[in-house]
Design a protein around this ligand. Structure first.
Ligand SMILES: Cc1cc2nc3c(=O)[nH]c(=O)nc-3n(C[C@H](O)[C@H](O)[C@H](O)COP(=O)(O)OP(=O)(O)OC[C@H]3O[C@@H](n4cnc5c(N)ncnc54)[C@H](O)[C@@H]3O)c2cc1C
Ligand code: SF4
Ligand code: SF4
Ligand code: SF4
Length: 439
């Protein structure tokens, strides 16, 4: 065979292998629906799949065709493939509660009422395991970790409003479950669905908790937010705390601490991160704009989220944060019962929970036209200026928002002093968090 024909033969062979692979593997799942749940990578028998960051900083599965044996498992089980095998059944939200930690220190340092801390502690008390999302040491990324120590709990509490890299967590969870220990997994509903699908609902000792989910943001957007702040404050980031409560929970403040001892606070009136996320929706994962999990049918045994109030809860409680909880299965009910010594718990209706949370009610968002401009420019430009411009905030609007922020801060400080609970114990270093218990 001459060299030209040999080359053509090899090209056709390669093309054929690739097109077979495209038909029966995960690369046929569109970027607009892939949740990045990592199920395919955890399932692949030859470790041919890795989740790699694309241009928006969001992870998508990629296949090493040299390792792929075309078994089709990844596609067959993918959570967004409508023809998938063994789909997991959702549960209904059965009983609703508003709850918060009795320990004010933990409550203040949690995202809403600290319900996660209470649920996780009851497993750690028994020597069992928890799996949740932690920041990396430099606070630039987040990923799921598993462990049975107090350090695991401190690292996993608090919401990180970026996508958590799940890695090979489902495999590790199965190993622990096989050893007979219990595991509490907390994650976005798509991750809970993926984990249940991975273990095929085979383990009584697995308890799952999802949260009400508005959508996950791009780590690249978040890194550019931090980069701009590091430039402004002339120092590296030491810690990040979303929904910081120093000026009240409803202020939705972002707190960033720097190595040089300086601090940034931005509340819902001025913070470019929270406004780019909640008002502009500029940097969420594509699938989150039309999420199939935004429903009262839940994949977790228990669902947690923010509780924004009802007649049965005094409005002052919102200052320190209140969680909503829904019990969706017997396992979930048992877990809440075990955790209840640490909690104040009040029954509420499911509709009171849903009323404050559009993401339980099939709310869909339009992908904003500014989203692509954001990603095209975010690496070159200052994050705050870019977000304000895309939001259409002119000089006057920014001044008005600054004034609102100032007035609300003063009012909240006064309110807090009046109640005799001035919150100055927001902790910079999670290691110092002392709940009076040892685990
Ligand atoms: C991306 C995101 C969007 C959310 N959107 C809403 C919403 O629209 N409405 C609402 O009511 N609540 C929402 N929540 C949940 C809310 O922020 C609180 O987590 C919840 O109220 C429980 O608070 P807590 O004080 O009990 O526990 P926390 O101490 O806040 O515990 C949070 C738990 O979630 C896990 N977690 C944190 N970040 C991530 C992440 N990026 N990916 C996966 N798991 C994570 C942690 O490991 C921990 O187990 C969201 C959370 C996240 C992470
Ligand atoms: S299994 Fe998850 S990560 Fe893999 S393609 Fe499907 S949605 Fe995406
Ligand atoms: S080996 Fe199977 S599971 Fe892995 S990428 Fe190929 S088709 Fe998918
Ligand atoms: S909005 Fe939906 S798809 Fe996006 S992270 Fe949450 S559960 Fe997953």
């Amino acid at each position: 065979m001459n060299s030209f024909l040999k080359q053509r033969y090899n090209d056709i062979k390669k093309y054929r292998a690739e097109s077979i692979a495209m038909q029966d593997n995960i690369e046929s799942i569109s970027t607009s629906i892939c949740t990045g749940c990592g199920l395919c990578a955890n399932l692949c028998p030859t470790d041919a799949i890795t989740l790699e960051e694309g241009s928006e900083g969001l992870r998508m599965p990629q296949i090493d065709l040299k390792k792929c044996i075309h078994c089709g498992v990844c596609l067959d089980r993918c959570v967004v493939n409508s023809k998938r095998r063994n789909p997991t059944e959702p549960h209904f939200m059965e009983e609703g509660y508003a709850a918060w930690m009795k320990n004010q220190n933990i409550r203040i340092n949690s995202t809403s009422g600290g319900i996660y801390y209470a649920l996780a502690s009851s497993l750690l008390d028994a020597g069992d395991y928890i799996c949740g999302c932690a920041f990396t040491d430099d606070y630039k990324r987040a990923g799921h970790i598993i462990g049975n120590t107090r350090n695991t709990l401190l690292r996993t509490m608090r919401s990180k409003y970026i996508q958590s890299d799940i890695g090979l967590a489902y495999r590790k969870i199965r190993e622990v479950l096989e050893s007979g220990k219990k595991v509490l997994f907390v994650g976005a509903p798509c991750q809970v669905d993926a984990l249940r699908s991975y273990v095929e609902d085979q383990y009584e000792n697995l308890v799952t908790c999802d949260f009400v989910c508005r959508g996950v943001n791009s780590p690249k957007a978040y890194q550019n937010f931090l980069r701009t702040l590091e430039k402004k404050f002339g120092s590296k980031v030491k810690a990040v705390h979303f929904k910081n409560k120093r000026f009240g929970w409803t202020s939705l403040s972002t707190h960033v601490i720097f190595e040089n001892g300086k601090s940034y606070y931005g509340d819902r009136f001025i913070d470019p991160w929270i406004n780019g996320y909640i008002t502009g929706h500029f940097f969420m994962r594509e699938c989150c704009y039309n999420c199939k999990y935004a429903d009262t049918e839940r994949y977790g045994d228990i669902t947690i989220g923010d509780f924004w109030g009802s007649d049965s809860i005094a409005s002052e409680e919102l200052f320190a944060g209140v969680s909503c909880v829904s019990v969706n299965t017997d396992k979930g009910g048992k877990l809440l019962e075990q955790a209840s010594d640490r909690l104040e718990v009040f029954p509420v209706t499911i509709s009171e929970i849903v009323d404050g949370n559009g993401c339980l009610n099939h709310s869909t968002l339009k992908i904003p036209a500014e989203r692509s401009a954001f990603f095209a420019r975010c690496e070159r430009e200052d994050f705050d200026k870019l977000v304000y411009e895309l939001l259409g905030w002119d000089y006057l609007r920014k001044c008005k928002n600054k004034a609102k922020s100032l007035i609300t801060t003063i009012r909240n400080r006064r309110l807090n002093r009046k109640s005799g609970e001035y919150i100055n114990g927001i902790l910079d270093d999670m290691e110092e968090l002392n709940d009076g218990e040892t685990i």
